[in-house]
Ligand binder design. Structure first.
Ligand SMILES: O=c1ccn([C@@H]2O[C@H](COP(=O)(O)OP(=O)(O)O[C@H]3O[C@H](CO)[C@@H](O)[C@H](O)[C@H]3O)[C@@H](O)[C@H]2O)c(=O)[nH]1
Length: 255
């Protein structure tokens, strides 16, 4: 950072850092307990940034701990198109809905949750984007490393998510219950209070909006993005994106 004159940054961290938290909802004071290599890698990066900021007071950073970002730009031009078989539940469900995959495997139905499937705090990617805009605008106020949760505070089980996506696309999506996935935890739900107090930022898009926008992207891009990005038609231009969808403040209500 110092070598390149970059004294401030926004780090994309993850709720997975918290692991099996003692209290739900989870605030930023909860001790990190990563349960898989991805979560650990995020935790290690946060510590490196914190050490650098301690050693060199001119350095400062926000670490934004995303809960589970899903959804797409409401224009349907930008969305999630993982390479190969999706590892995350929302893009997997989208590919089942569009007919590219047969059925979802739900990893575990014996978690200590209301319906036995794991609970996550899904957050619309546009809400995540808006939080980043605020973070960039307010980077000058930060000293050291400040961590903030980006979540809604609402927990949704895998079965509830399957039902919500099924309602959006108008068909009942098939699934099987299989073994738990190693490294998964039962429940990750944010206490988003710190970002609200600090920035006045709150999410404005609910689960129905997340499903609707993800589904619109999938319908408009049934086979995903064209891999050949040299073809001009494959690249959405800033003008082709609805400017109203990226407001400064206040945020629109996409419920
Ligand atoms: O085919 C699947 C995929 C996932 N799940 C379950 O769905 C939930 C959500 O899983 P997933 O979408 O893979 O996200 P997480 O593992 O909760 O979170 C990881 O993936 C997120 C999206 O990239 C990141 O934001 C997080 O930081 C990272 O920990 C979990 O209970 C999974 O067990 C299934 O049942 N079947």
């Amino acid at each position: 950072m110092r070598e390149n004159g970059v004294h401030r940054l926004v780090f994309s961290s993850s709720c997975s850092i918290y692991g099996e938290a003692a209290r739900i909802p989870i605030d930023e004071q909860a001790p990190p307990r990563p349960t898989n290599p991805y979560a650990r890698s995020k935790w290690v990066c946060e510590q490196i940034i914190a050490d650098a900021c301690r050693q060199h007071p001119e350095l400062a950073a926000y670490s934004l701990r995303y809960f589970n970002p899903v959804g797409a730009h409401p224009s349907g031009l930008l969305g999630e198109d993982p390479r190969g078989i999706p590892q995350n539940v929302m893009p997997y469900l989208m590919q089942v809905a569009i007919g590219r995959l047969e059925r979802l495997s739900i990893f575990g139905r014996d978690y200590p949750t209301a319906d036995g499937t794991a609970v996550r705090d899904y957050i619309h990617v546009m809400d995540v984007a808006q939080a980043h805009r605020i973070a960039l605008e307010r980077l000058d106020e930060v000293t050291g490393l400040e961590t903030l949760n980006l979540g809604t505070g609402v927990g949704t089980s895998v079965l509830e998510l399957v039902r919500a996506v099924s309602a959006t696309c108008g068909k009942s999506l098939p699934y099987d219950i299989v073994e738990r996935r190693q490294g998964d935890v039962a429940k990750l739900v944010a206490d988003p209070g710190a970002a609200a107090r600090k920035w006045g930022w709150r999410t404005t898009r609910n689960l129905a909006a997340m499903c609707r926008d993800a589904w619109r992207f999938q319908l408009l891009n049934p086979a995903g993005f064209d891999d050949d990005l040299t073809r001009p038609a494959a690249i959405p231009t800033a003008r082709s994106l609805d400017a109203d969808a990226m407001p400064r403040s206040p945020a629109p209500d996409h419920r």
